[in-house]
Write a protein that binds this ligand. Structure first.
Ligand code: ATR
Length: 279
């Protein structure tokens, strides 16, 4: 009897996981390309992560995305780690290799850059300084990507100043720390302004910062994508900035994993956006 080929399985591991849009994203791509495969959400408690990662390849999984709170732990459990994942200190994409090893990558930074290139094609990293609100895990991925792309300077302000200073220590002299209370000053001459805090997310407070020094024609982008038009983006747009919402970063960060697991480079376009937005 000839053996049927195994149907590849992938998924996303988080805790909780119900909010994740990745199942819609990968489900859309699987259907679009007629690929026989499945992508499932998995709620895994932190204590169970090592066991889950050991078992999944045996069950037919070719890899998984990992999200909050597992990104740092997943990196530590991997056997092979990309340079960018090591630099960011977290993994979001795991590939289960045939020899049983776990390969860990972080595609948040490429997702961020691809989104900007697609929706603000005139912007180039060497154009001028970037101003970044926030110093969490998402900010780390953005900084690593911007430095790699040749940004001359990244100004950071964070409510907890120590976290911004830690980023400066890790990423070097191109990172300049501003005080949270004077964060508006970062915007002077900045070609790119990024919100990497969770402020503005549905259910959280708004990012209330003076944007009066925002340059007309600067690119403003928010990593928050629920809602798509955050209060920060609305105000930045009213001040003449070119705005880029955060949904595209989610879509683009998923593409490298999909390609590795299912063998097809997926498109990120309006149809992808609509599928993930449930439209
Ligand atoms: P992520 O991995 O998504 O970046 P995180 O590491 O929890 O998540 O970081 C959240 C970011 O939002 C941090 O920069 C955080 O500031 P602190 O480092 O001071 O905590 C920022 N943030 C969250 N709530 C905030 C608030 N109410 N005011 C200002 N900043 C806030």
């Amino acid at each position: 009897m000839t053996e049927l080929p195994r149907i590849p399985l992938a998924g996303v591991i988080g805790h909780p996981i119900a909010h994740s849009r990745s199942p819609q994203l990968h489900g859309h791509w699987l259907a679009r390309y007629g690929i026989k495969g499945h992508y499932v959400p998995m709620d895994v408690a932190p204590d169970d992560l090592p066991q889950a990662l050991a078992m999944l390849p045996k069950l037919g999984f070719v890899g998984v995305n990992v999200t909050i709170p597992h990104k740092e732990a997943a990196l530590k459990l991997a056997h092979v780690v990309t340079d960018r994942a090591a630099l960011i200190g977290a993994a979001n994409t795991l590939i289960f290799l045939k020899d049983g090893k776990i390969y860990a990558d972080n595609t948040d930074g490429v997702g961020f850059m691809s989104n900007l290139h697609q929706l603000a094609p005139k912007w180039q990293a060497p154009d001028g300084p970037a101003a970044l609100f926030g110093a969490g895990g998402a900010a780390r991925a953005v900084i690593a990507a911007l430095i790699e792309a040749g940004i001359p300077e990244i100004r950071i302000a964070n409510r907890t100043r120590l976290r911004a200073e830690a980023l400066q220590a890790d990423f070097g002299a191109r990172v300049v720390v501003y005080d949270w209370l004077r964060a508006g000053d970062m915007l002077q001459g900045a070609a790119l302004v990024i919100n990497a805090t969770s402020l503005g997310m549905t259910g959280k407070s708004d990012l209330r910062l003076p944007l009066d020094q925002l340059e007309v024609g600067a690119v403003a982008t928010d990593l928050v994508y629920t809602p798509l038009m955050t209060p920060f983006l609305i105000e930045a747009q009213s001040r003449g900035a070119h705005i880029v919402d955060g949904l595209g970063m989610l879509l683009h960060q998923g593409a490298p994993g999909f390609e590795r697991w299912f063998g097809q480079r997926p498109q990120v376009d309006d149809a992808t956006r609509s599928a993930v937005l449930g439209q």
